[in-house]
Design a protein around this ligand. Structure first.
Ligand SMILES: *Cc1c(COP(=O)(O)O)cnc(C)c1O
Length: 483
């Protein structure tokens, strides 16, 4: 499997899965994609239906990473996708499913279900990919005798998923910046209670943007970055995207009896990483009818799928909402889909994303390309705070099921795209306990708390407070990496 850049510069070069695993953007600023998507045969689809999650993950990942010996990859997926790791289930008997499908009911003739992706250690879907990434990083670094220091900024979900994936991993340290005293007590405790010596929580005296600016400043210091082997695990990481392809297959098998049936997926979206995996599953031949892109008030993606206009937002136009993990001003994985939409023409992708940088966006409305969005199965919609509160209340009353704010956005938009006879699977991206304030507002009661999280806020916490100053952060990192 050879990987190419969406902007074309690497066209003559060869990149394996392992080559791009630890990196971020391609040299030309584009994103990596396989030179061609592997197709799944009818026989494979039939055989895969019966596989446990870990073995399904092996089958799918091995199509994208033929440079990793099969026995090693099988061991990695079996070690990653265990009932012990994904134990925070509604129903204990379902833990072995890893991503259980919870049937809600039939609406407008369409069976409606939730695919639970948030049963992992941090109760958000990012664990699905990040846990694999932790094992892949450890494996690859050991093979090459290397080490990696991951530097990141978080306002909650991504940082904790990264820490829980990398804790205790040989060859990896994590330096995670978060705004001091600005996260919820639950989120703070989730991260700061980790006592692993390779995890460093740095509480910055500032806001999330200060944390992000420091990460950028350190990353732009190429000498420091090289000397201290600084890397990232952001959402453009290809391995994260491809690991997410697996649960689209798993959800399809759970919702259907035969491979002649089609299903739709509704995906709460921010950086377009999750739904990009759905697009890839569809390109591989999974019978997906519609991919429903659901946004909150930050509707960059909904605007594109409705109008053909992609217009990134400025910081002042990016709202802080009650589904905060979807508060984005531009969708960092979107370029991967645009590449396919334009018939994989890197020169045009380069031009369009130059327009994004220089003019703040692009307009495909008048071009023939936009008409093809439908052929790729994409539809969209957006949701507001009132919509999500209503959806949380409605699902609780009608189906006795509590959903989180992001999943509520997915459900609200899913309902606008139901088709009789076609199952609609809403991806559940987090558990309600992570966003308790809105649950209390909607239901006037406390969200359910998985057993492993009882007493979390009372555990001892380990973190370092630093001023919002890149030099001091660098000095701290240097003192721990000793280079
Ligand atoms: C990250 C996240 C999303 C958005 O996923 P993308 O891959 O960025 O589109 C949605 N919901 C939750 C809970 C998340 O943590």
């Amino acid at each position: 499997m050879n990987y190419i850049s969406t902007r074309g510069a690497a066209a003559g070069e060869r990149h394996t899965f392992s080559d791009i695993l630890l990196g971020g953007l391609a040299k030309d600023g584009g994103l990596y994609l396989p030179a061609a998507y592997p197709r799944v045969s009818a026989d494979e689809l039939t055989r895969w239906r019966a596989l446990p999650y870990a073995d399904l993950a092996f089958e799918i990942l091995s199509k994208f990473s033929d440079d990793i010996p099969a026995a090693d990859l099988r061991e990695l997926t079996r070690r990653t996708y265990t009932a012990q790791t994904y134990c925070n289930v509604r129903d204990d008997e379902q833990a072995a499913q890893i991503t259980p499908l919870k049937t809600l009911g039939v609406e407008n003739g369409a069976p409606l279900a939730l695919l639970e992706l948030s049963n992992g250690p941090t109760l958000a879907f990012k664990d699905m990919a990040m846990q694999l990434l932790g094992n892949l990083f450890e494996y690859t670094l050991a093979k090459h005798g290397e080490t990696l220091n991951i530097l990141g900024a978080t306002s909650g979900d991504t940082g904790s998923a990264a820490e829980y994936a990398m804790r205790g991993k040989r060859g990896v340290r994590v330096f995670m910046l978060s705004p001091h005293k600005k996260m919820s007590a639950f989120q703070t405790a989730q991260m700061y209670s980790l006592q692993d010596p390779n995890i460093f929580n740095i509480a910055i005296e500032g806001v999330f943007d200060d944390c992000q600016d420091i990460v950028k400043a350190v990353s732009n210091d190429h000498a420091f970055k090289a000397a201290h082997k600084i890397g990232t695990v952001n959402s453009i990481n290809w391995a994260r995207v491809v690991a997410q392809v697996v649960y689209y297959f798993k959800g399809y098998f759970a919702a259907t009896k035969s491979n002649d049936e089609r299903v739709s997926f509704a995906v709460p979206s921010g950086n377009f990483g999750n739904v990009c995996a759905g697009h890839i599953a569809r390109m591989m031949g999974l019978p997906i009818e519609k991919l429903v892109v659901a946004t909150n008030e930050n509707d960059v993606l909904d605007e594109f799928f409705r109008t053909g206009i992609y217009r990134v937002r400025k910081a002042a136009e990016t709202y802080h909402t009650s589904s905060p993990s979807m508060d984005i001003s531009k969708a960092s994985n979107f370029e991967r889909f645009v590449f396919d939409l334009l018939g994989r023409d890197p020169a045009r992708v380069l031009q369009l994303f130059r327009d994004v940088e220089e003019k703040g966006g692009f307009d495909l409305a008048a071009s023939g390309d936009f008409a093809r969005v439908k052929a790729f199965g994409f539809v969209s919609g957006s949701s507001t705070h009132t919509d999500r509160v209503d959806a949380i209340r409605d699902v609780f009353e009608r189906y006795d099921t509590m959903i989180d704010t992001h999943t509520a956005d997915g459900l609200k938009v899913a309902r606008e795209h139901l088709q009789s006879g076609i199952p609609m699977i809403v991806l559940e991206t987090a558990q309600p306990i992570k966003f308790g304030e809105t649950i209390r507002e909607a239901l006037l009661r406390e969200p359910g708390r998985p057993a492993a999280f009882v007493g979390l806020e009372a555990l001892p916490q380990r973190f370092e407070v630093l001023p919002a100053d890149a030099q001091q952060v660098k000095a701290f990192v240097a003192s721990k990496t000793g280079a």
